[in-house]
Design a protein around this ligand. Structure first.
Ligand code: AMP
Ligand code: ZN
Ligand code: FE
Ligand code: FE
Length: 296
């Protein structure tokens, strides 16, 4: 069993990179990918430790991208580096993304103050280390007694549909895919169920994404029961895409989600990672050709 979707304290998880590796070993995982939001620092920190402990660790990331022109919604996009590390160009591009997140955080704090709450960006950053995000603001709102719990903070203030929500500059989905692919990674649409669309719409959206050269979709995820996972597996085959899967483990902030097993129809086998690796090596062995010929 493997888990290709997890978060550490370097984004909005509650286990440090080292603790996550220990938890993966304790859970008996055969391989783990760290996919923090907008940063590799958790992976970078965990790598030597995972190597020493003999746990195969995959370098990953989860990006927030804008879907639709004008933007309809945020869509999460996973990237995986299986054979070589991310290029310097990709890491440089990421610095701009991180800056846009900090700018959003400053505006979000100002918006919360405008609504009468005494919240400062430094308070969220004290919890959030590298990649402070809305979950850290939610924890500040709870700690200061403005909200009952994290869910309440999102429902009333932080959710995309709530009153304190402020947008941030996100790359388009197509740009995210292009940057990951050109940066040596495999790109995968995260938790397609969160598109919140009908099966028919999903088919159309995934077709569009495939035309943008996304390599994979996340077939197995905590939010997908067996029937949903089967539908996404079909969809991946129909559009000639690879399949990825993982729990989206965040630690204590999402206590129901367990490494490797979910809930959801999880227990992703090692063969999934082998397939990704073999697709990736075929891709890098083939001579550079035009974009259309990227092996999916
Ligand atoms: P950010 O990247 O800072 O905009 O924060 C996005 C993160 O907030 C997501 O990855 C989720 O972990 C979390 N999140 C978003 N919506 C909700 C919600 N309604 N309830 C709990 N957590 C949420
Ligand atoms: Zn998260
Ligand atoms: Fe996500
Ligand atoms: Fe995630």
């Amino acid at each position: 069993m493997i888990d290709l979707h997890t978060h550490t304290t370097e984004s909005d998880g509650t286990l440090s990179p080292i603790e996550l590796v220990d938890a993966a070993l304790a859970a008996g995982l055969e391989a783990l990918a760290i996919t923090d939001h907008d940063t590799f620092s958790g992976y970078d920190e965990a790598r030597p430790y995972a190597e020493a402990k003999g746990l195969p660790l995959v370098c990953g990331i989860e990006l927030s991208t804008a879907w639709g022109v004008p933007k309809e919604r945020t869509v999460h996009l996973l990237g995986y580096w299986l054979s070589s590390p991310p290029t310097q160009a990709f890491r440089d591009w990421l610095i701009g993304i991180q800056e846009a997140r900090r700018d959003r955080n400053r505006r979000l704090a100002a918006r919360l103050r405008e609504l009468g709450m005494d919240v400062h960006v430094e308070e969220a950053e004290a919890l959030g280390r590298n990649m402070t995000g809305r979950p850290h603001f939610a924890r500040v709102l709870v700690a200061k007694g403005y909200c009952r719990d994290i869910e309440d903070a999102f429902d009333r203030f932080l959710d995309e549909s709530a009153i304190a929500y402020v947008d941030r500059d996100e790359p388009s989905f197509a740009e995210g895919v292009r940057r990951i692919n050109e940066g040596g990674g495999i790109s995968s649409l995260a938790h397609p169920a969160r598109l919140g669309r009908t099966a028919e719409d999903e088919d159309c959206i995934v077709a569009t994404m495939a035309a943008m050269n996304v390599h994979a979709i996340e077939v197995w995820h905590t939010d997908h029961d067996r029937a949903v996972s089967e539908r996404y597996l079909e969809l991946s085959r129909k559009h000639d895409l690879l399949a990825t899967g993982g729990s989206d483990f965040h630690g204590a902030v999402k206590p129901k989600v367990k490494l490797g097993v979910g809930p959801g129809h999880l227990a992703v086998p090692m063969s999934v990672l082998r397939q990704l690796r073999s697709a990736r090596s075929q891709q890098s062995e083939s001579p550079p050709r035009d974009q259309d010929s990227v092996v999916k």
